[in-house]
Design a protein around this ligand. Sequence first.
Ligand code: THU
Length: 138
Amino acid sequence: MTNNIDDKTALGLIESARAAREKAYAPYSHFKVGAALLFADGTVVQGCNVENASYGISLCAERNAMTTAVTMGELAPTAAAIVGERGEPCPPCGACRQFLAEFNRDMDIILENGGNILFYKLAELLPFDFSGDSMVKK
Ligand code: THU
C-alpha cells in the first residue's frame, strides 16, 4: 500500500513529535514519548506521555494527541509520528493502536530507526481489530 505522505513531510512530523516529547511528564519510567498527528488540512496535533503516581492511569503520547485532536474538531489523521529515544523506533503500544484505529486504519505510522524513517500502515500493525463494525447485529 502506498504512503499517505512523502519523506520530507514525514521528517517534519518526526520533528514535531520530538518537540512534543520535550514536554513529556515521565518522572516514574523516565521514558519520554512524543507524538504528532497530521490531518488532511495540514493541521498538526502534538501529544506527550503524562504519567501519574497511580501508574495505571498514565496517558500515552498518542492517545493524548488524539484526544486533543478530537477536541479541535480533527477526526481522521493521515499520519502519526511517534518518537522515544532519538533514533530508536518507538512502536505504539497495543492500546494506542486500538485507540487510533477508531479514527483511520489507513493512517501512516512513522517511526525513526537510526537516520531512517520507517513507514507502516496502522492496519498492518493491528490486523483483525475490534471495531464498530464488529458490533453490527446480523
Ligand atoms: N508510552 C507512550 O507514551 N506511548 C506508547 O505507545 C508506549 C508507551 C509511554 C507510557 C509510559 O509513560 C512510558 O511510555 C513507559 O511505558
